[in-house]
Ligand binder design. Structure first.
Ligand code: GLV
Ligand code: MN
Ligand code: MN
Length: 421
């Protein structure tokens, strides 16, 4: 497998699996599949069928990850490969899913050839990477890494359903959370395939790239409390309008993140209560997502945002309470495993390009457990978290070839000792 001609039969298999998964949505006209939902259950079940059909032992763990294991010719630590099966609202069909489908298709090929590798392979479809339903995120990968505590299971979605309740509804027992936890001795490392979600590979005219590091991120819920009142009777200078105060906070956040180099800040959700056209909003809740490739820069941005919120709160006479709901430190990919992936890229006939990831990935949580490496796949116009997210069949095949070459050629059977790095 060392010329760079893509195998379009493999591409067809990949694309038909992606098509089938993208049809599992809470709406018929767009793709939304949040974690621990009925649609998530259906996606897990379909992925489980594919895994079983290619000779894998399949189970759903206590947090709702679907995991398949393809035994090797020898016992020993497994190579863990995977990504997530949840989506953002009105999302694309490749974010997460591609990283589950491609390894399954590679195992399907091995199984058809009755080929065993000198190490087992485990493929995982993580239950939650997007953090769309609950305030926390990376629930599945953190449960495996042993960094998800029981308390987090009490966090609730917008309808007041806790993660623990959602898990019960999903068919899992939240009291068994610890059984999802794995040990570093179980794994050689973790490899995640993901669309780039940015424009670099397209500009460089390359199907794939090797990820060097993943940016850290923090998420917050910000609660603004003013005083509801009659829209017709309360003079402008006597109002405690929570929504105008929130608007000022949001513009201040934009300003801070624009001034600081290497920081991005996004307010993606806002709720104004009581929510009537003739009532001054008394309460507003909004989200904030802050990221930087440097944790210290993100901390600096957080401090500046908090003090701007405090100033606005004082001046407008409303209470502004920011709560951090999630924080992930930036992570560097493991050099040993990344070198193996780099060799597979080169032996597949592609120039090696390294790039960092601004988006978050399950790999950042797995880094607490084992070595991580990531392969990015070119996506059209660098577009993601959007229904027009797209990749070519050629690039899908190229990615499968790189993974296949990693599995067949890399020296993974006798890994160096040592885990998270
Ligand atoms: C996931 O897509 C994230 O980076 O938030
Ligand atoms: Mn993703
Ligand atoms: Mn995403």
């Amino acid at each position: 497998m060392n010329d760079s001609t893509p195998d379009l039969d493999i591409a067809s298999r990949i694309m038909s699996c992606i098509e089938a998964l993208s049809a599992i949505s809470e709406s018929t006209d767009h793709l939304t599949r949040v974690s621990l939902s009925e649609q998530h259950k259906q996606a897990n079940s379909l992925v489980g069928e594919w895994m079983t059909a290619c000779g894998m032992q399949v189970h759903t763990d206590a947090i709702g990850n679907i995991i398949g294991r393809y035994e090797g010719s020898k016992e020993g630590p497994a190579l863990l490969i995977g990504s997530h099966l949840d989506t953002v609202r009105n999302g694309g069909r490749y974010d997460g899913m591609l990283g589950v489908v491609i390894p399954i298709i590679c195992v399907e090929i091995l199984h058809k050839q009755q080929k065993k590798l000198p190490f087992p392979i485990e493929i995982v479809g993580f239950c939650d990477e997007e953090g769309v339903r609950f305030p926390s995120t990376l629930l599945g990968s953190r449960a495996i890494a042993g960094t998800l505590d029981e308390e987090t299971l009490q966090e609730c979605d917008a309808s007041g359903i806790s993660i623990a309740e959602a898990l019960r509804e999903f068919g899992q027992d939240p009291d068994q959370l610890q059984t999802a936890r794995r040990h570093s001795e179980d794994f050689i490392g973790f490899v995640e395939i993901h669309i780039e979600q940015g424009p670099v590979l397209e500009l460089e005219d390359l199907p794939v790239g090797l990820v060097t590091a993943i940016s850290g991120a923090s998420r917050y819920q910000i609660e603004v409390t003013g005083k509801a009142g009659h829209a017709g009777t309360v003079p402008m200078n006597l109002r405690e309008d929570a929504l105008t105060a929130a608007s000022e906070c949001i513009l201040a956040i934009e300003d801070i993140c624009t001034q600081l180099p290497d920081v991005v800040g996004t307010v993606g959700m806002i709720d104004a209560l009581p929510g009537a056209g003739n009532v001054i909003p008394g309460q507003v809740n909004f989200s904030l997502d802050l990221r930087s490739s440097k944790d210290s820069t993100r901390d600096d941005a957080e401090a500046k945002v908090f003090s701007a919120l405090e100033r606005i709160s004082q001046r407008r006479g409303v209470a502004v309470k920011p709560m951090r709901t999630y924080q992930a430190e930036g992570r560097t990919c493991d050099s040993w495993l990344s070198n193996q992936l780099a060799s597979a890229i080169k032996s597949s006939g592609y120039r090696l390009l390294t790039l960092p990831s601004g988006a978050g990935h399950d790999a950042m949580a797995l880094a607490d457990l084992t070595r991580i490496a990531m392969l990015f796949v070119r996506c059209k116009d660098g577009l993601s978290h959007h229904p027009d997210e797209s990749i070519t069949r050629e690039d899908a095949a190229a990615t499968a070839k790189v993974l296949m070459n990693l599995l067949l050629q890399a020296d993974l059977s006798d890994p160096q000792p040592g885990a998270a790095g």
